[in-house]
Ligand binder design. Structure first.
Ligand code: FMN
Length: 187
């Protein structure tokens, strides 16, 4: 299963709309995929569970169990103040190392205004590189997001093609790692 992380807990986010578009692309290519939407996770309950606690809220535990078994992760992040949303980093900081990260394929999509989420994607690449994940090199940056995404639809043909290309390329990337038994789920 490929998990598409909608990387903000802001209600009615554009990130969630992008995640739905990407979900359709994977399903069209008949790959199992599912969205993990940070807006549905109980961050308030998480605040009372100390880091490293075995007693994380059940919905957070379930989401992390999905990460730990994922064929691949597609992380979609908006740019908030030049980086990723705090909720996304807070979620990631509850994953376990090495299980959640090491040798796990991950692809990134950023969105924002002028720079299209370049900064949060590069910050995430640092985090996942540090934790030995396999980073898919083709990243996507959705700049001028209010023009590129209208009523949940991608209006820019070139961007739509990049998304198609990342989707099929990421699936091949995962298969190639699996065929050589290099994937996190095989080690
Ligand atoms: C708290 C906050 C901070 C933001 N900071 C930036 C920023 O630094 N650079 C940028 O290009 N856009 C910034 N934006 C605009 C968002 O990238 C843009 O509204 C995007 O659609 C937000 O994604 P969302 O709808 O998924 O929350 C910010 C938005 C919010 C809510």
């Amino acid at each position: 299963m490929i998990y598409i992380i909608s990387g903000t807990n802001r209600p009615n986010s554009r990130t969630r709309q992008v995640a739905e578009h990407i979900l359709r692309l994977y399903k069209d290519k008949t790959h199992d995929a599912e969205i993990i939407d940070l807006a549905t996770l109980p961050f308030n309950e998480l605040a009372s569970a100390p880091y490293g606690s075995q007693e994380l809220p059940p919905d957070i535990q379930k989401a992390i169990a999905k990460i730990d078994a994922a064929d691949g992760l597609v992380i979609i992040t908006p740019e908030y103040n030049g980086s990723m949303p705090g909720a996304l980093k807070y979620f990631i900081d509850h994953w376990s190392y090495p299980k959640s990260f090491e040798y796990r394929p991950v692809a990134f999509i950023g969105l924002g205004f002028r720079w299209g989420g370049l900064r949060p994607v590069e910050h995430l690449q640092q985090v996942f590189g540090y934790r030995n994940a396999y980073i898919f090199p083709e990243r996507i940056f959705l700049s001028n997001i209010t023009n590129v995404l209208v009523d949940g639809k991608i209006t820019d043909e070139a961007v739509a093609k990049l998304m198609e290309k990342q989707t099929s390329g990421f699936m091949k990337f995962i298969s190639a790692l699996k065929s050589e038994k290099l994937h996190s789920n095989q080690i």
